[in-house]
Design a protein. Sequence first.
Lengths: 358, 358
Amino acid sequence: MAAYGKTDTMIVHTADPLNAETSRAALAEHDLTPADRFYVRNHGSVPDTDPAAWTLRIDGLVEQPLTLSLDDLRGLQRREVAATLQCAGNRRSGLLEVRDIPGEEPWGPGATGTATWGGVALADVLALARPTGTATHVGLVGADVSEEAEPPQEFGGSIRLEKALRDEVLLAYEMNGELLPPVHGAPVRVVVPGYIGARSVKWLHHVEVRDRPWEGFFQDVVYRLLQPEQEPGPGVGTPLGEVALNAEILVPDHDARVTAGPVAVRGYAFAGGERHVARVDVSADGGKTWVEADLDEDLGRWAWRLWSTEMHLDRGDHEIVVRAWDSAAASQPEHPGPLWNPKGYVNNAWGRVTLHVA
Amino acid sequence: MAAYGKTDTMIVHTADPLNAETSRAALAEHDLTPADRFYVRNHGSVPDTDPAAWTLRIDGLVEQPLTLSLDDLRGLQRREVAATLQCAGNRRSGLLEVRDIPGEEPWGPGATGTATWGGVALADVLALARPTGTATHVGLVGADVSEEAEPPQEFGGSIRLEKALRDEVLLAYEMNGELLPPVHGAPVRVVVPGYIGARSVKWLHHVEVRDRPWEGFFQDVVYRLLQPEQEPGPGVGTPLGEVALNAEILVPDHDARVTAGPVAVRGYAFAGGERHVARVDVSADGGKTWVEADLDEDLGRWAWRLWSTEMHLDRGDHEIVVRAWDSAAASQPEHPGPLWNPKGYVNNAWGRVTLHVA
């Protein structure tokens, strides 16, 4: 795990497929998360791809099926977007406290990060292939094979054509100004700003324009919101897409010992979809009274807002709570209980850490 | 109040300015709310406007200031959108149970409704006036004068230019296929789908293209989300815009007596902004177990979804609860307490009615 820095930077859930999240402290240090401390949620081993031999096939409901090389892609207009990616299972650990979910990674709040992504607009590639009038969805397929599906299959997903044509959706070959690292999808990954990380398919090799969602395992069976008593199965539940409003406390860490007096508190808030973070409130009394946090620089509509404030804490144990409000004046649920669902997605209840003040 | 039908159809909060909401039972009857039972939230008396003399001024940061007559407007391409309007104070009564808000109307769940609106795109009018490169917001001013402001001023508000250029934003002269009635803004009102009703300015007479939000009372002081202990004032709090996800039970009515056995339950759910309603859950045990409701016909991305289901209820008192989930897998807060704010906006906690089953 040397590539992922110190053990106090990354929390590794499984080594292969690699599943690792950023520690709270490390996540709080940068508005733009360095690649070597950016969370990794993989469903198969990292494929061994030779960039010189890599090709991207674009077919399905298009007038002109295409096969593009990396040089072809680099010949198109380069675009850049600062975007937060967030795993649908981020903060699952809060749901596990409600009820167990066997076999799922116990993600804390570090299955998210923000980077500038450089590449070409998926829309520009689709313009070359010319989707037909019946096209409504775009399937995105990676080269990584997952044994979570039976039989094993490549990871993939789909988004609606309307979103695919938005110029923020990139086929990215750069992350924070450098070549995309293998573990993050080199040579080319999709970046779908505002959507769950699973739609930002890594090791992309196939774009299929369709008249319905992609039917692969990771679109049709998992990454769906189910009723508490439902069993995952083809088409069961509603597919996840845009990310729900979320917020967490990163500093001080949960269960930390701190000194009485002024305590610096820092964390993130992220409004997915088309929304932005309007306000972040922090409470030291479980939500009876709140202070409004200061928001860091606005990195644009697709990125989180880091925030900070100072709380004056007396001796004793304190639960510090955070909640965000988005541009629709919507906020977050107080407790994770009503959010529990099979597979454990979308815990966006108020963030909480307990501090021991001495 | 003859124009607003039977007294069991409309609940009149004040007669002048007229403020009236639709009863639960009346609201449940139509996917498209008839004009004579559509909620009215006015801040001044209905202005006496002669359609033949009416003009619309478009100025500010435009290359070509314009004055258009109703005939000029009707000469542009006619468009139609099915859109839900919802007052920012809809369901305020739930917040009043938390803490009083003197001087505000105690709106129940009927300060919302859905209609097809016919008119021209604001974008088409703006295209004639040609906003300059510095334009970022569009002010919308009506002819109704409100004494809530001191000194009294015309009602108005603003939206970002980006939204104003979307083709769903209409200058409407028709409602449900008929001429817009005076109380709903004749001859021309704005309809801003997905946004709080206050931005759908009635009796429109002035469109001002700007490089900042409109500074009038109803944009700069009210229709803003404040911290619980803040006092309304210029620029205090965050402006409301898109509507937060909401849901309510309309049938049976709150406090109704029903017969044990199967009970038909019906209501609405609305996802504002760019989102759509993905799922509606109903519970007869306060949220421990849920059944998924059937959704009525999808009227398009800007309209509510009415829903219905059947619950089997034994004798005794039951609290029936509803919650919706949107396309971001976001749901609603369980209780209104944490939502309380000065002026009492955006109560989108779970909907609840108590039934007495005999």
